[in-house]
Write a protein that binds this ligand. Structure first.
Ligand SMILES: [Zn+2]
Length: 306
């Protein structure tokens, strides 16, 4: 049994004719209905400014609140669009990511959570909206978890096809939060080379354009699985499905079952009966998103039943 944090509200974050569309959350909703309806479905709560400013500058947070349009669209950057109902989605996405930590703190077992939300957050910097997202959901949640004092070492594995520049920058001086990312490189957002290592807590796995399933697996092993030798108390996935071969935004050719494989190898190496929080990032082909996420969730369900 896994816990899925989800709200219909994400259908109201209108981005117009943009790849990070309402259609994405409809696909996720269909998958949950068709395959995961027996799991524990939870409504997220709204995050407040104090929680968001665990990693973002308060001035920046205030600016986002004040920039939401009454009609039409606001562009935080050419890729990052807000409409009148967007703020609620932003706050629920952060809120749900933090709720998962609170549920885990209230329990002692190895709870597994999937936060099904939009927009993605891993590009969002301390004081800058980027790459479709304004608040860094995974970073806020991980910082909140670390501050609780219950978790000494936290791992974030980001298999979205884009490097999570925001997450890396937020934690690159924090020896207790490790960030490991596989991503097309060189590519948007430009960061993520092998020599960005933080304080020994950053592990980048650049993937060449047209990388296929077997190259992905060997590079992921070499640059992440074989390089890190720690068991963690809490593991996050920044779960993006835009490295799928059908995805229109990038040119990595992962198959459906690579998302099962990557989840499995991470859990086998780094998770010793510990809680897992997986947070949705990208994925812009609807079939790739549905099948990739289904494979990821299948492994999370197996882990929760082990
Ligand atoms: Zn992405």
């Amino acid at each position: 049994m896994i816990n899925i944090i989800f709200s219909q509200e994400y259908k109201n974050h209108d981005t117009g004719n943009h790849p990070e569309s309402i259609e994405r959350i409809k696909v996720v909703n269909n998958l949950i209905k068709e395959e995961y309806s027996k799991h524990n479905l939870i409504e997220p709560t709204i995050a407040d400014k104090k929680i968001i400013s665990l990693v973002h500058d308060l001035d920046y947070v205030n600016k986002i609140y004040d920039s939401i349009p009454n009609s039409g669209f606001t562009y935080f950057d050419p890729d990052t669009i807000a409409s009148p109902n967007s703020l609620k989605s932003y706050l629920l996405a952060v809120g749900g990511s933090v709720d998962a930590v609170n549920y885990i703190l209230d329990n002692t077992n190895k709870d597994v959570f999937f936060c099904a939300h939009r927009p993605p957050g891993h590009h969002a910097e301390i004081n800058k909206a980027m790459g479709f997202g304004v608040f860094n959901n995974v970073a806020i949640s991980a910082q909140y978890a670390l501050n609780s004092g219950k978790f000494k070492k936290i791992l974030i594995v980001d298999f979205d096809v884009h490097h999570g520049n925001g997450t890396q920058h937020i934690f690159e001086n924090n020896p207790n939060i490790f960030y490991a990312s596989s991503h097309q490189y060189p590519f948007y957002p430009g960061t993520g080379s092998l020599n960005e290592v933080g304080v020994g807590n950053i592990f980048n796995c650049p993937l060449p354009s047209d990388c296929d399933s077997s190259s992905f697996r060997s590079l992921f092993r070499k640059n992440i699985v074989d390089k890190i030798d720690i068991k963690f108390d809490l593991i996050y996935f920044s779960a993006g499905f835009d490295a799928h071969k059908l995805d229109p935004l990038a040119s990595i050719n992962l198959e459906d079952n690579d998302f099962y494989w990557v989840t499995k190898i991470v859990l086998e190496k780094f998770a010793n009966n510990v809680p897992i929080i997986s947070i949705l990032e990208g994925g812009y082909n609807m079939k790739g998103l549905y099948n990739g996420l289904n494979n990821h969730l299948k492994k999370l369900v197996e882990y929760s039943n082990e």
